[in-house]
Design a binder for this molecule. Structure first.
Ligand code: 13P
Length: 246
């Protein structure tokens, strides 16, 4: 059985004070034993703070990006070992905002995926099509290419220890959510592409997930949880999404 996973991607939001109250709000609601696994990904400068606030709780901590390189002269970069050192368990790789604003190719994302796994982190590999690609009926081809780059470099077996997030670009931060059927179609395709490894890999949906649409998404057989942006900045909304995965 695949354990449901809900991860909050805070993106470029937060401050020392705001993080503390958000974490307190989430921890207070999510203490105790749960079926679902929960994590949050704050901006890199706050990882130490947030992982310390989460120590001895049942909520994990992750980063939003990682360098493909292990160590060395890479000004501004952060290695996977450094992320593990400050208490991260997960790292998001290939978010569409990084593919778009930082011109990250699928090959670079695959190298980041490998760097993460080498340091013992769980990569959360994001894939997703733009609206133009969906309208041109290219969704599955685009997702297939993004997935294939990681599979080629890391091998199919490596995917079992990873998490994949399907995030249609047109649904991110827009209030438009893929219908449960649209999301399920892509999740099933991703699982099929991975062959035997597909049965074990957790596939999250991301894109305007809210308390009001979480349950119907999680009811789909191939949706194992969510990567939540905006709604993860409100502890009550985030809690209600987590609860929908129980
Ligand atoms: P929203 O939930 O704000 O649409 O963001 C989704 C996302 O990009 C999570 O990584």
């Amino acid at each position: 059985m695949r354990r449901p996973l809900i991860v909050g991607n805070w993106k470029m939001h937060g401050s020392l004070q705001a993080n503390e109250s958000l974490v307190q709000g989430v921890v207070a609601r999510w203490s105790g034993v749960h079926l679902a696994e929960v994590g949050v990904c704050p901006p890199a400068v706050y990882l130490s703070q947030v992982s310390q606030l989460l120590a001895s709780t049942n909520i994990g901590c992750g980063a939003q990006d990682v360098s493909w390189a292990e160590t060395g002269a890479y000004t501004g970069e952060i290695s996977a070992a450094m992320l593990a050192d400050v208490g991260c368990q997960y790292v998001i790789v290939g978010h569409s905002e990084r593919r778009e604003y930082h011109a990250e190719s699928s090959e670079l994302v695959a190298r980041k995926f490998i760097a993460a796994q080498s340091a013992g982190l769980t990569p959360i590999l994001c894939v997703g099509e733009t609206l133009a690609q969906r309208e041109a009926d290219e969704t599955l081809a685009v997702i297939g290419e993004q997935l294939q780059a990681a599979v080629e470099l890391a091998g199919r077996k490596a995917m079992t220890a990873a998490v994949i997030a399907y995030e249609p670009v047109w649904a991110i931060g827009t209030g438009l959510t893929a219908t449960p059927e649209q999301a399920q179609e892509v999740h099933e395709f991703i699982r099929d592409q991975l062959g035997e490894a597909g049965a074990a890999v957790r596939i999250l949906y991301g894109g305007s997930v809210k308390p009001s649409n979480a349950a119907e998404l999680f009811a789909q057989p191939d949706i194992d949880g969510a990567l939540v942006g905006g709604a993860s900045l409100n502890s009550e909304d985030f809690y209600r999404i987590c609860q929908a995965a129980e």
